[in-house]
Write a protein that binds this ligand. Sequence first.
Ligand SMILES: Cc1cc2nc3c(=O)[nH]c(=O)nc-3n(C[C@H](O)[C@H](O)[C@H](O)COP(=O)(O)O)c2cc1C
Length: 158
Amino acid sequence: MAKAIVIYYSTTGNTKEMAEIIAKAMNEADLQTKCKSVNDVKAEDLLNYDAIVIGSPTYYGHMAGPIKQLFDDSVAFHGKLDGKVGTAFTSSANIGGGNETTIMGIVEAMLIAGFVVQGDPQGDHYGPVSIGKPDDRVKRQCLRRGRRIAELTKKLST
Ligand SMILES: Cc1cc2nc3c(=O)[nH]c(=O)nc-3n(C[C@H](O)[C@H](O)[C@H](O)COP(=O)(O)O)c2cc1C
């Protein structure tokens, strides 16, 4: 049975709240999903999951250091994450504050590792974005993204 993990870094709770909503939607869509702080994850843990969702606050338009460190540590088994399903999300302070570049940075690292990443023609195209604390729009985007990644993962795992 396919398994997934949502990994986040968060200091003031915004990205964590998004992570929990996404993980809930994935579980409700019948994909067994854990939700963990990056502080509780080791790079080799990534090998255990079919889908990996990563969220970071926007820091200077990029992913936060601990998330980058997770990717850097995964070089120890480079090539072994090939074919996993991935998606990214972020929380920033400002519209135009570098949130989409943050998501794309995570997606670029996922692509280098061989992940399959699905966009969204109707919802937040690259991944859910919150400005500060998630509002109702963001919560809907997180639920939608969670459902979509669960469906894709189940499809690719059969
Ligand atoms: C070191 C640092 C850099 C940041 N850089 C940006 C930035 O480039 N653009 C932006 O809009 N917000 C920036 N922020 C604000 C955070 O992205 C924002 O407060 C976010 O919601 C925090 O997420 P969290 O509650 O999950 O920790 C920065 C915050 C910190 C601490």
